[in-house]
Design a protein around this ligand. Structure first.
Ligand SMILES: [Mg+2]
Length: 198
């Protein structure tokens, strides 16, 4: 009888060990699953305190030269949720605006009141981002960057340990992340989706 009980225990142990193996191999597969932005974000366990928005084609329609209709609502909600906000803008051949025009656009638009910091440049957007980060005086992991271009704000943020949100929409929607830009933490297709993240 004792022997039978012992035998059963051994068998039961083997079954348990197989089940556990299954769980373990599942976990390993999960870790190797190709990049899943929201899971990566959750794994980072970060606390975002500030957000840097790109201007052209993120908040502002460079083609029609009007702010996107949803932009003000999103900024108001971000502000209402306690985030400190900044805007960073680079004027280039794609901007449909000169540096002076762009500065005036931002200053004159109703969106201006939501931003604690504004940085506009026609030379080096990375420097503008650096300037904003310095003024926020927060760890980079606590500053989220939202941009419609992978080669601008997304690349800047990814290489410096910021959480990033790529707004894959409009003129640069096909400018996919690559080895140089690295993958954004999140990909959204409308600004409203940002509210599900923050
Ligand atoms: Mg842009």
């Amino acid at each position: 009888m004792r022997r039978r009980v012992l035998d059963l225990c051994i068998r039961f142990g083997k079954i348990i060990s197989r089940v556990c193996e299954g769980f373990n191999s599942g976990a390993i597969v999960d870790e190797q699953t190709p990049f899943e932005p929201s899971l990566r974000y959750a794994a980072m366990k970060i606390s975002v305190k500030a957000i840097i928005f790109d201007w052209g084609r993120t908040l502002f329609d460079s083609e029609t030269k009007k702010e996107f209709s949803e932009a003000e609502k999103i900024l108001a909600l971000c502000k209402g949720r306690g985030y400190r906000l900044a805007v960073g803008s680079l004027t280039s051949i794609h901007s449909n605006a000169t540096l002076e025009e762009r500065k005036k656009q931002i200053e004159d638009f109703p969106l201006r009141k939501y931003f604690e910091i504004v940085a506009v440049t026609d030379t080096d957007k990375d420097k503008s981002f650096d300037e904003i980060v310095q003024k926020f005086n927060l760890p980079r992991e606590e500053i989220l960057i939202v941009d419609d271009r992978t080669v601008r704000g997304i690349q800047y943020g990814n290489l410096r340990n910021h959480p990033t949100v790529w707004l894959q929409k409009g003129k640069f929607a096909n400018e996919l992340p690559n080895e140089e830009t690295k993958s954004p933490t999140f990909i959204i297709h409308s600004l409203e989706e940002l509210l599900d993240i923050i």
